[in-house]
Design a protein around this ligand. Structure first.
Ligand code: HEC
Ligand code: HEC
Length: 223
């Protein structure tokens, strides 16, 4: 190859790959904006609170942090905000078995933190981290789900409760709840847990009356 040909190959090759680089950059920048919601003042304030208490010393978020405590990338997707606020301000009041220390987070700081966690939860992370496998929660392999079991799944009860080994451990295990509670207690408790259990951290079940009854009908079969 002559010197001229080599020079042309070098220049054209560089231009070619530079054009690809520009194209991909443009493509990425166009998508980035849409992958995260707007950052409000409260989200910013929440991030400051996040640093103040060194949450990242125990938790991971969006891939950064420590592995001592659960990942919080999708925190507000998994647990209701009312529950989270209470947990942040006093973990043991929301979950008697909690080992997260009471950090002295103030009311306003908790609201800011939740705005920050909510912002993170809404970032499009291409499905990361994988959701816990709760699809089978409440069901029995090979059997079609009842209306009550479907509601149990769609209302996210398994985020806090275990049935036959599947679910979370924030609330009591429900595998044999039908042996402890009757239908009317369950219906009343769903509508207003605090009326039945002092300082309950269970969120009210926001669903039509008919669905609440179907849930209770399902619960009493658990014996
Ligand atoms: C010393 C370690 C530690 C620090 C610091 C810490 N956490 Fe936690 N956190 C935990 C542990 C452990 C859990 C798991 C539940 C439990 O056992 O308490 C947890 C659970 C949580 C949960 C989930 C609660 C649930 O029931 O699903 C949230 C939300 C949370 N932490 C937020 C925070 C935020 C926000 C900060 C900073 C203000 C923070 N944590 C600081 C240890 C920590
Ligand atoms: C954010 C966590 C959380 C979610 C979500 C949640 N619960 Fe609870 N649940 C609790 C806690 C904490 C308790 C214990 C305090 C109480 O009994 O009110 C509880 C108690 C209960 C009890 C009473 C158990 C007993 O032995 O006394 C039942 C039944 C129950 N939950 C069913 C449900 C159903 C059904 C759903 C979904 C619609 C649900 N829970 C969603 C946290 C939660």
């Amino acid at each position: 190859m002559s010197n001229k040909a080599a020079r042309n190959l070098f220049i054209l090759g560089s231009l070619f790959f530079f054009a690809i680089f520009l194209g991909l950059t443009y493509d990425t920048m166009g998508k980035l904006d849409k992958r995260a919601p707007e950052i409000t003042e409260q989200v910013n304030a929440g991030k400051m609170v996040w640093h103040k208490y060194d949450c990242i010393g125990c938790h991971t978020i969006l891939g950064n942090g420590s592995y001592f405590a659960p990942d919080l990338t999708k925190a507000t997707e998994r647990k209701p905000k009312g529950y989270l606020k209470r947990f942040l301000m006093d973990p043991k009041s929301a979950n008697p078995n909690a080992s997260m220390p009471k950090l002295g987070i103030r009311d306003e700081e908790a609201d800011d933190l939740i705005a920050f966690l909510d912002w993170n939860s809404k970032v499009d992370t291409n499905g990361w981290p994988p959701k816990p496998i709760l699809a089978a929660a409440g069901g029995v392999a090979g059997k079609e789900l009842t209306e009550g079991q479907k509601l149990y799944q769609s209302l996210g009860c398994a985020a806090c409760h275990l049935i036959n080994g599947i679910g979370g451990t924030t609330g009591p295990e429900l595998t044999t709840v039908g042996a402890r509670r009757d239908r009317s207690w369950l219906i009343g408790h769903f509508k207003n847990p605090e009326e039945y259990v002092k300082n309950s951290a269970m969120p009210k079940v926001e669903a039509p009356e008919a669905d609440i009854e179907k849930l209770a009908d399902y619960m009493i079969t658990l014996k």
